[in-house]
Design a binder for this molecule. Structure first.
Ligand SMILES: *Cc1c(COP(=O)(O)O)cnc(C)c1O
Ligand code: SF4
Length: 448
């Protein structure tokens, strides 16, 4: 295609989702104005220059960081349950001329001014992962699949992490029992899986698989694949979205992944990656290069996003994200309602928003590239389609659910964020007795 024709095509709004930026965007950050494309593309350079403290934000930004922003960031640090860690790649994709509204800044650099009081029914372990855990690092909720958490560290820390109770180091507001790689504990988890022949599927999450060394990645993958009844494993990593340079330049890690994939393939077992892009602003030519490398190796990548206020809760953003990912050969798999965990009330949306955005997205592209919008039920009911609630009192933001297979006979509730309800409903929530009566009434509609 000629350059002129290509430019014309890119002006058509329908095709905007293919328009991946390839400019030297990091040069706008004063500290990196002289960093070459080659250096920026090196995974070691990215690691070395990752930002782990607020003072480093100011240092990297120089004059772009106003005193007002700095004091708001400091206030954010006093409140957030998560540590800071950001790769230069994702840091430079933030629009620093308007950081207040930037969807990437919102995810990784919380501001004190944005926090809201936690919902009265939030829980640190909202999904009951620790309750459904038969051995350390393993959650076994569904009959044929388990969640394995071999590490609690990540290449970036998301301020909305659903596992903020364990991920990253302790913060001013939370003490955590974090852990790194521990082969002995992993072996106990493999032992459990070996003795439970119903299990076919293992999600290797955490934490982030990017933080496993090539040796650990192989050890975990091969140990699991050798178990006769295991058919599928997935490595979960946000890496492709926030640090694509590791895929394109860390050959040891990439080759280890390919070896596990080939090992699985040699006896008919699936090895895939689940990643985590939240907004189209995170997708660049670097993402495309990383995906091209994975695709050439035959490795399937799927995406799980979380629906978040001011990040991706508009039809336009979600459609663009879905279509861009499809174009890159990333299969949009899930969009989650935000879990009811601490420090996240400002991120949450109503269930209605989830349902409406799902309706708008469906039909815009191939069905297999259309994400399922789910609510992972507080209390361990598992993932349910957003529109499959039993009852929804929209006025008071109370939805009631069942999980017939996972927890037969039980009912579950999910609550919309209170600040999005009508002033009258907000008043009702203020009073503990009215609040409990409303919830009881909603549950009664279902249980009779
Ligand atoms: C999400 C999850 C899984 C995987 O579920 P899929 O719907 O197959 O992606 C497995 N175990 C637990 C505990 C989970 O939360
Ligand atoms: S990458 Fe995943 S596990 Fe790590 S902080 Fe983000 S959401 Fe949590």
């Amino acid at each position: 295609m000629s350059e002129a024709l290509k430019e014309d095509l890119e002006k058509i709004p329908e095709l905007q989702h293919r328009n991946f930026r390839n400019d030297e965007f990091w040069k706008k950050i004063p500290a990196w104005s002289n960093v070459s494309r080659e250096e920026f593309g090196n995974h070691l350079w990215q690691l070395k220059h990752s930002i782990k403290k607020i003072e480093q934000v100011a240092k990297a930004l120089g004059p772009l960081c106003t005193p007002e922003l700095m004091s708001d960031l400091e206030a954010g640090q006093r409140r957030t349950p998560m540590n800071i860690r950001i790769t230069p790649y994702i840091f430079s994709l933030i629009d620093w001329t308007n950081p207040w509204d930037d969807p990437i800044r919102k995810q990784f650099l919380p501001l004190g001014s944005q926090f809201l009081d936690d919902h009265p029914y939030y829980q640190a372990d909202s999904l009951g992962e620790d309750t459904d855990s038969p051995v350390a690092m393993l959650t076994h909720r569904y009959p044929d699949k388990v969640l394995f958490l071999p590490t609690t560290i990540c290449p970036v820390y998301c301020s909305y992490c659903t596992r903020s109770r364990i991920i990253g180091g302790s913060t001013e507001s939370v003490d955590k029992e974090t852990y790194g790689a521990n082969q002995k504990k992993w072996d106990q988890a493999f032992e459990y899986i070996l003795h439970n022949p119903l299990i076919e599927d293992v999600v290797i999450s955490g934490g982030d698989s990017y933080m496993l060394t090539p040796k650990q990645l192989k050890y975990i993958g091969e140990s699991l694949l050798k178990i006769p009844h295991i058919r599928r494993i997935r490595y979960a990593t946000k890496g492709i979205a926030i640090f694509p340079q590791k895929i394109t330049s860390d050959d040891d890690w990439f080759n280890a992944l390919c070896e596990v994939h080939e090992f699985g393939k040699s006896f008919g077992k699936q090895v895939v990656i689940h990643t985590h892009f939240s907004s189209p602003k995170e997708i660049t030519k670097w993402s495309q290069d990383a995906m091209d490398r994975l695709f050439s190796a035959g490795i399937i990548v799927r995406n799980q996003a979380v629906l978040q206020d001011g990040v991706n809760n508009s039809v336009e953003t979600m459609v663009k994200l879905t279509r861009s990912l499809g174009f890159l050969n990333v299969q949009p798999y899930y969009v989650y309602m935000h879990d009811m965990v601490p420090g996240c009330e400002h991120f949450r949306t109503t269930l209605r928003e989830g349902i409406e955005i799902e309706k708008a997205v469906r039909g815009t592209t191939a069905g297999f590239n259309t994400p399922t919008f789910v609510c992972d039920l507080p209390g361990g009911g598992g993932k349910r389609h957003v529109a499959s609630y039993e009852y929804y009192d929209e006025e008071n933001g109370i939805s009631v659910w069942k999980a017939p297979y996972v927890k037969p006979g039980e009912v579950f509730t999910y609550f919309d964020p209170i600040h999005k309800l009508s002033p009258e409903a907000q008043k009702r929530w203020e009073n503990e007795h009215t609040r409990e009566a409303m919830i009881k009434e909603a549950i009664k509609k279902v249980t009779g």
